[in-house]
Write a new protein. Structure first.
Length: 166
């Protein structure tokens, strides 16, 4: 009988140590998902720009290869800025935020949203940075519900803008 009590006490101690470890599991998953998607977007932007440089504008780009700069190298279409070499839009903010740049963008359309600003900046929020369902009080290098991602069309930069919630 004493052994059974010891086993129950040991299980209780293990549970008290393990439960706090699993409490942040959802938050960590949202952060990891958002960081990996952001990394893929940054890579895709750089890949499109590199291809633009190497091919001297004579290429088609995007997940569905619909935009072609070879016909008019100075054009700015809805998808690509042929004069700067960066995507004009990463996707459709109303439907699929990364439709033009990622092959698996359909799987992300419910996790990410975006807003286009008048100055050529597009604001993105992912699973961890959404204001209504994001991670509360993240640290400075990881996204939380006060932060957003900023895409600058003229510079081709996609970076985390870290805001302080308090």
């Amino acid at each position: 009988m004493i052994e059974l009590i010891f086993v129950i006490v040991i299980i209780g101690i293990l549970a008290s140590v393990a439960i706090p470890k699993f409490s942040n599991l959802t938050s960590n998953a949202k952060i990891s998902s958002e960081l990996s998607t952001a990394s893929a977007v940054e890579t895709a932007i750089e890949s499109a720009h590199s291809e633009w440089i190497v091919s001297d504008c004579n290429f088609s780009w995007g997940a569905d290869k619909t935009s072609n700069c070879s016909q008019n190298p100075n054009s700015v279409s809805n998808e690509f800025n042929c004069s700067a070499g960066y995507p004009q839009n990463l996707g459709d903010c109303n439907n699929n935020p990364f439709k033009y740049i990622l092959k698996n963008a359909e799987a992300l359309k419910n996790d990410w949203n975006c807003t286009t600003k008048s100055n050529g900046i597009v604001i993105f929020q992912g699973p961890a940075s959404k204001s209504n369902s994001g991670v509360k009080d993240g640290n400075e290098i990881k996204p939380d519900q006060c932060d957003y991602w900023e895409y600058n069309r003229s510079k081709g930069s996609f970076k985390l803008i870290d805001l302080n919630c308090s």
